[in-house]
Structure formats: C-alpha cells, structure tokens
Design a protein around this ligand. Structure first.
Ligand SMILES: [Zn+2]
Length: 683
C-alpha cells in the first residue's frame, strides 16, 4: 500500500458455537435479521451456514455460486500443509505482533482501557480486521473455534470503540477529528478502506458462527454515519473511495442485508462523484475519481486497481449492467496480454506500487506486492462466477500457486511484501520479514489461505464445477437440493493424476464441469474406465449424465516440464526462458549453484527436444518436500569484462562451464536464507 507523494507510504458449523445473543445494539441485530427476511431480490434468505467466501446465491447475474468454506475438507498434501502452518503459526504470531505494535491498544485507548498513544499508520485498523477475517475463515474449517475467544475480545473492543454516531476509526480520533472524511482524508486516509475490511471480517465471522455483532458495527457505520451524511444528493457530502475496497464490501453487505441502499452506495462510489475533482495523476494512481466504466486499461496503484475491479465485478453480478461487464473484460484482456507476470503477480513498478506501461515487466525490480496478487485472484474469482469461463480459473491457479504462495515463508512467520522474479542479495534489503510497518500483506495472505477450501468448487443451476485439485472431500448439495459427496485423491501439483469419486445421495442427472487447465497440453479423462472425448485445454469439460453413487472420474494431466518464452515486447525476458511444470513456475537460486558461481552466470543449454532434457527428482527433505527439476546448463563468464575496471569493456572470449541447472518451485525461494534468484533464465 502506498499514498501519493504528499503522504508517502502508503464453522465452524456447530450449533453450540452459534451465538445469536443480542448485542448491546439490539436494534441493529434485529435489523439484519429482518432484512434477511425481506430480500430485495425477492428470493428467500440464505442461511449463514450456506454462505461462501463471497455469497452469490441471490446474485441474479452470477452464473456460478460459491460453496461454503466448511463444505470442503482438505486432506494430506500441498495446501493442507500450508493451511495447518497458517493456523498453528501465522495467525497466532500475527495476533501477537498486532498486540506488540499497539494495533489492539489503538482500540483499547478509545474505550478507556489503555493510555497508550495511537500507533501505526492510518490504515492500521484494517490489519486487525484482516486478522479477524483470517481467524474467522480458519474457524469455518477443520479448526473450529480455535480463535473464537480472541475474536470475541476484538469484537468487544470494536463495539466499544465505535462512536454513537456510528463512526469508527482509531486514527482519526483526538486531535485528528477535524480531518475526518475531508476530501484529502478520503483520498489517502483509508477511512472507508478500513470499514471495507471490517465488513469482510464481519461477513466471515457471521459465516463461521452466525454471530452478527460485527455486522451490527458495519450497519451502524454505513446506515447511521455514512448514508445520512454522504452520497449523491446535493444535501450530502460527496465520497471518493481513495483506496478501493469499500465497493466490494458494500456489495457483500447488500448480499447479507438485502438493503438496496448498500448496493446503490457501491454503485455511486464506482461511478464517482463529479463534485470531487481529482487531477489526472490522482485518478490514475487511486484508480477511482472517474467513472469505473470509463477505464480502458490497468494503471496506477496495483492493489487499488485490483480491488476496484473486484467491486465492479460484484456490482455487475447484482445489477447486470452491461457497461460494467464490457469495461471489466477490456481490463481483463489488458491484464493477461501485457501486465501480468508469469507468477500471476501484478504491479511492475516500485514507485507508487503501480502497473507499468504495456509489457513493462522487469524482474529484479518487479514489485508484485503480495496484496496485488491476492487482488488478482479475488478479481478472477468474481469474473469466473460471472462468466463460468475457465480462463479465469487459470489465472487464479497461476497467482495462487506462485505469486501469492511465495508471499509467505514455509515456516509461516516471514512474509514477502514484494515478490520479484529475480533477486540480488548484495543490493537488496531482506525480502522476508515477520512484520512491516505497513503490514497489509501478512494478514491478507493469512485470510487467503484460511479461506482456500471455499475456492475448490462452485455450483450452477445444472451441476457442479470442479476448479482446483487436491486430496479433499466435498460435502454439499446441488442447487436442486440433492446432497452430494465428492472425494478427490491426487498428489497434485506434483502428480497430474486425479481420481474424483462422485457420490450423489441418489442417482440423478446433472453436469459435472471438470476444469482442464490451460497449461496442460494433453489431459486424459475417463469415467468408469471409458475415455471421454471433447477435452479442450483451458475449458471446463461438461460431463452430463445420470450420476450414480460411486461413479469414478479419472483425469491425467500432462505434467511434463515446459520451457516458456515471453512476448517479444517484454524487453527484460528476451533471450530467456521460464520453466513451468503443472501450475508451478520454477526458479534457480544461488544456494544450489556450484562453489564460486552464481545464478547470474547460469544459462540453460537448449536443444531441439527440450522435454526429454528435464530430470524430475523428488526431494522429500528439501523445502517441505518438492520436486526438483534439472536441465542441462552452463555457467558462462567473460574474463575480460570481469577483469575490467570500467563499466563497459570489449567482450573477449567467454568461458563456459557445463552444469546441471537445479530448479526449485518459485514459491519456495528465499526459505534457506537470502540468496540470488531468477525465474527467467538465459538460453
Ligand atoms: Zn500488501
């Protein structure tokens, strides 16, 4: 996260845990309950136990519908290791760090429980809210109630810190009260950004326990403070998002409340209020301040742009506004054609943490903020549900396994803020740290991993979509109400074979939509041993039939490692290749090189038949257990240039030392100390 130069920086589902006790604000609790009963879309209310990461069951323009996090149980394997570490290490240590750095005391101070001075930047409240969201998602799956006590304490502090007017912010208090909601504060002060994260935390907590206390706080802010004083009416003050986030949160609040004013407020903010005039540079950087539908490219601060796109897609799924859909698709094409790293990371420039020009994708100085890759996944998750198009799932998987996964150390306690595609330890500061003064990324990674089970499947009117692969079980129901139990057995992402056991409660006709990854050259799909035709990479394979309990779908994806080249307009990657196997992008690290050599000197020796040149070796004791790739390579040096004392010299003869280039998955880099690294390798 950063500001403009002037402000630089920038369910568990056990009935026992359900607490529906009226909060101190009983009226609002009642309000939400009754709003659930009179849904604006005229559809029946959705039980909290049935709600997904975002809840689309009543979204008229969503083709797919999410399943709740608790419906999917991850078993042994890649993401289960990560999920366990997240619950046992990341979320608890982040709670301690938030305490240590005064983030909780900021709330205690406002309720008279602490005399500590305010600490942290103006977005610090969002760190507490994102932690609460992560803990609430963890409590929706295998770790029921682990964090509930801590969440209850935080909830109590938030309730007490909220002012009678509904206003809530620990930074704009005391001598900063006069700055509240001024145009300057709205632009760079993150008041509504913070509330957006509170709404997302409140939704996750409600979906874990049915507890509405945090939602009450959100309704008090939006209904009592924001709506009466701010909006398009001339009697009210205008709003600019500043850091987009509130838009998607308000649409989610609408999905919970059924109160159309929440959706309309999101639309008003996305449309931008022309009474507030931003400079062109400001509207580019902030990715707000001009109508969203007037955007033609991704630019400015990457996290802001991604979050704005999330909000706009959410708004489209409720309204069906074609102008939004058209704009979103233009922006998506811009993303995948010239702005996205091979890791799914976005945001090329350190300055303003921003998108660059088309094809400006530097490696060493790549910014690739963890939050931006997460924003990319969140946006594509929404685009997937609006369109049912597997091209979005390909982007989700690319970001998840690479540019997001690299953001957290294997220990779960160190985080990357930047995720570059090359690294020189002699000129760079530590890349993994336990804490950042701007600590947006760590709890963002935690909430993403905690909610991950909710990303594996979706339902549609005619069946079930399988998006991701992992040892897991799904216990859910089709949209007609038929209970279904699905088991996946696989060693993915190390092994391309997946066995999917489909168990409807009784035989019934429906369609199982099986994702065929775009990266898989060939995928063989069989049902009960009979091969299925019509498999197309990058599409969902529609398997419509009468499914019987115990039907078995087998798929086998080609997991051969591949060399990839970049579009010739990406100047940084010319003469280089990247290596990908399945969904995993690989890299080379200094620590794996011969003595007195560096990845800087390493190139791959490429011959015509590249596939056969790879050797895949399982190393269970390395980096949590990975498949290492080896490929013929050479260290090439130029003695004259090395010896020259000037920056430039005539080339002279190069020496070349053959080697086997050892590659590790990109997500696992910088877990053995700080080491030189590169993804794009000279050939
Ligand atoms: Zn961040």
């Amino acid at each position: 996260m950063s500001g403009l130069n002037r402000i630089t920086r920038r369910s568990f589902v056990t009935a026992a845990a359900v607490t529906t006790a009226a909060s101190a604000l009983g009226a609002k609790t009642l309000g939400l309950a009754s709003l659930n009963g009179r849904d604006a879309a005229g559809m029946p209310p959705v039980d909290w136990r049935s709600q997904g990461v975002i809840d689309l069951k009543r979204s008229r323009y969503a083709k797919l519908h999410t399943v709740p996090v608790h419906a999917v149980t991850l078993h042994e394997g890649f993401w289960q290791d990560r999920r366990k570490t997240n619950v046992s290490q990341s979320i608890p240590t982040m709670h301690a760090l938030l305490e240590e750095h005064g983030r909780m005391d900021n709330f205690r101070r406002l309720c008279g429980k602490s005399i500590a001075a305010q600490r942290g930047r103006y977005f610090s409240d969002s760190d507490v809210y994102k932690w609460t969201e992560a803990a609430s998602f963890a409590d929706q799956s295998g770790d029921a109630g682990v964090f509930q006590e801590q969440i209850d304490v935080i909830t109590d502090l938030i309730q007490r810190a909220q002012e009678p007017s509904g206003y809530l912010n620990t930074y704009y208090a005391d001598d900063r009260v006069n700055l509240r909601m001024t145009q300057q504060a709205q632009m760079v002060g993150h008041e509504l950004y913070n509330i957006g994260h509170l709404i997302q935390a409140a939704a996750a907590q409600y979906r874990a326990t049915g507890d509405q206390k945090l939602l009450d706080c959100c309704l008090r802010f939006v209904d009592d403070f924001l709506l009466p004083g701010y909006g398009p009416e001339l009697t009210k003050k205008p709003i600019v998002a500043g850091h987009p986030e509130i838009e998607m949160a308000l649409v989610e609040l609408y999905r919970l409340s059924g109160d159309r004013r929440h959706l309309e407020l999101a639309g008003y903010i996305l449309g931008s209020d022309q009474r507030l005039v931003l400079t062109p540079d400001e509207s580019v950087y902030l990715f707000c301040g001009i109508p969203f539908v007037s955007r033609t490219k991704l630019e400015g601060h990457a996290v802001r742009a991604m979050y704005a796109c999330c909000g706009a897609t959410d708004y489209y799924m409720e309204t069906g506004d074609e102008n939004y859909w058209r704009t979103l698709n233009v922006l998506w094409e811009d993303l995948v054609r010239d702005q996205m790293y091979i890791t799914g990371g976005v945001g090329a420039r350190r300055k303003h943490e921003a998108f660059g020009d088309p094809y400006e994708l530097p490696n060493l100085t790549a910014y690739g903020e963890s939050c931006a890759a997460i924003g990319n996944m969140m946006w594509n998750w929404r685009m997937l549900h609006a369109s049912a198009d597997a091209k979005h799932t390909d982007v989700i998987e690319r970001a998840l396994y690479n540019g997001i996964n690299s953001g957290m150390s294997l220990s779960g306690t160190l985080y990357c803020y930047r995720n570059p595609l090359a690294f020189d330890p002699t000129v760079s500061t530590p890349i993994r740290n336990p804490w950042y003064d701007t600590t947006c990324c760590p709890p963002n990674l935690e909430r993403t991993f905690a909610s991950l089970p909710g990303y594996f499947y979706s339902t549609s009117a005619d069946g079930l979509y399988v998006h991701l692969f992992h040892n897991s079980t799904l216990d859910w129901k089709l949209e007609g109400g038929l209970a279904i139990h699905v088991e996946q057995q696989t060693g993915y992402p190390w092994d391309g074979r997946v066995q999917i056991n489909v168990n409807p409660a009784e035989s019934a006709e429906f369609t199982l939509y099986l994702r065929i990854p775009g990266w898989a050259k060939t995928t063989k799909v069989e049902i009960a041993g009979k091969e299925i035709s019509g498999v197309v990479p990058g599409k969902y394979l529609a398997l419509k039939r009468v499914w019987k309990p115990g039907d078995l779908v087998s798929m086998e994806m080609d997991m051969s490692p591949k060399l990839l080249v970049a579009d010739r307009r990406v100047a940084e990657d010319q003469g280089k290749v990247a290596v990908q196997r399945g969904p995993l992008v690989y890299c080379v690290e200094d620590i794996d090189q011969a003595p007195d050599t560096s990845v800087r000197d390493l190139r791959l020796v490429r011959e015509q038949d590249t596939q056969s040149k790879f050797e895949i070796r399982r190393q269970a004791d390395l980096l949590g257990g990975i498949d290492v790739l080896e490929h013929p390579g050479a260290y090439t040096r130029n003695a004259e240039a090395d010896a020259a004392e000037s920056l430039y010299a005539e080339p002279g003869a190069a020496s070349s030392l053959p080697t086997r280039a050892k590659m590790i998955p990109y997500y696992s880099w910088a877990n053995r100390g700080q080491s030189g690294m590169k993804v794009w390798i000279e050939v």
